[in-house]
Design a protein around this ligand. Structure first.
Ligand SMILES: [Ca+2]
Length: 116
């Protein structure tokens, strides 16, 4: 019985490790990053941006598809209507977060920049 219990513990430990590995990209967020996820409640594909990166188009998995985000710095979410002269923007402040953003600007977002 002791052997079985030990084996079960190893399996449970393996599952925990696998879960942490999946969550790693967002867990590696640096101070000042704005991180976004394809799913609600900070789940799914994730990507983090930092003001030092300057203007950046969001990756394909998150293009028009941000389900949630968490901001560790000020920034600007951009939806291009016509490049380069017409855009819709949302200013983001350090500390802002949304558990659900795909019912709002998250379904439009194309890029992130330090300022609007
Ligand atoms: Ca868009």
């Amino acid at each position: 019985m002791i052997r079985i219990a030990t084996l079960a513990g190893v399996i449970a430990g393996g599952i925990t490790l696998a879960t942490l590995t999946v969550a790693a990209p967002a867990a590696q967020a640096k101070d000042g990053d704005i991180c976004m996820w394809s799913g609600r409640d900070f789940k799914g594909a994730s990507w983090c941006w930092n003001p030092g990166n300057g203007y950046v188009d969001v990756p394909p998995a998150l293009h028009d598809n941000v389900g949630s985000f968490r901001a560790g710095s000020d920034g600007c979410f951009i939806n291009w209507i016509h490049v380069p002269d017409r855009k819709e923007t949302r200013a983001v402040r350090d500390g802002d977060f949304r558990h659900v953003y795909d019912d709002d600007f998250g379904r439009k977002i194309d890029a992130v920049a330090p300022t609007c």
